[in-house]
Design a protein around this ligand. Sequence first.
Ligand SMILES: Cc1ncc(COP(=O)(O)O)c(C=O)c1O
Length: 411
Amino acid sequence: MAVKELYERYMITSMVAGFEPVEVTSASGCIVRGADGREYLDCFSGISVTNAGHRHPRIIEAAKNQMDKLIHCCTYVYYNPRAAELAEQLARVTPGRLQKSFLANSGAEAVEGALRLARQFTKRKELICLTHSFHGRTVGTLSITGNRGRKKGSGPYLSGVAFAPAPYCYRCPFRLKYPDCDLACAQYLDDVLRYHTAGDVAAFVAEPVMGEGGIIPPPREYFTIATEIVRNDGALFIADEVQSGFGRTGEFFAIEHYAVEPDIMCMAKAIAAGFPLGAFIAREDIAEAFTPGDHLSTFGGNPVSCAAAIANISVMQEEKLPEKALARGEQLMSQLNAFKQECRLIGDVRGKGLMIGVELVKDKATKEPAPEEGKQVRSSYHAGDLCEALGILVRYRKNKGHDALVDRAGL
Ligand SMILES: Cc1ncc(COP(=O)(O)O)c(C=O)c1O
């Protein structure tokens, strides 16, 4: 039976609007190969996972060596040397005093664990998070996600969650302009604490650069102001680096752009170059708040994933991948900004490093969103190959085949 048919018959897929028309058979570096024999330039990275490229030889070698020795033992029952080595590496590459890690399997599991730890440490229960945010698809992480589209169908969610406005300058919730706004979105956290909570806030949770909410990098001073406000109230700052971490923004972690030290930080996606792994890391005093029975994970810290993650970190450092993301990102952003002048659909270009968003609007003055046009660009993108798609945005006018895409998108 064809793969597509097997999917239709035996896999739960009704929650996705559609599939990319590519049956992926192999991948290496930045190239993905389809069953039709075509090669694609992968601008998607499996949702920000393969930051070091597909199947980097050193990462594959580390994983294979580990598979020949041990695949599973349960990291929280027996000593797993790879988990210990990875935790040491994470303490080394993460900012400030972050030191002790819990190893999990996914981003959502990392965020859930971080929330539990913050509650245990502070002996408080409430949480403050941001509109437009995304933190995963478990009930806990959806409760702190500020996006109806992601939450629909599963409520009601946890109580004790308050939302602050996203630092989304292009569509400022206060209709102000940076820097004259005096960072009203960050200052508003004071109001949220006073008027939207019961004074029992354990943590403020935020993505240093928002991913699923539309690639939103907060202004430079945002986290300094926001964390000062919440810390004065006794709450912790949890940075969700699941999407923005591991080099994508031009620093190892996006929070480094803001020179603010999180109390707890969540990681996953690119941590092990495609092997399933998640983690949260905390200051030592905070980490000690868990008492026996408070937390565990059967597969968390899988030895093969940990071996891959250790190799991934050394590849990132030796090959200077964050620095390269910064340089390539600046190049791409400058071309996208030039293209924005010519293209009436592009309202905003924003991001850090290679975490870049292009926001499409029907009208640049009213900023009316252009979801249909966005779909058209995406479906043109499906019909062509990913190299052509890159050409749409970066090499406007030079790319053959591009005109048709432009016409269909009504640019
Ligand atoms: C910022 C952020 N946090 C958490 C998650 C959830 O990660 P996972 O899908 O590995 O559970 C995501 C996934 O996109 C994310 O972008």
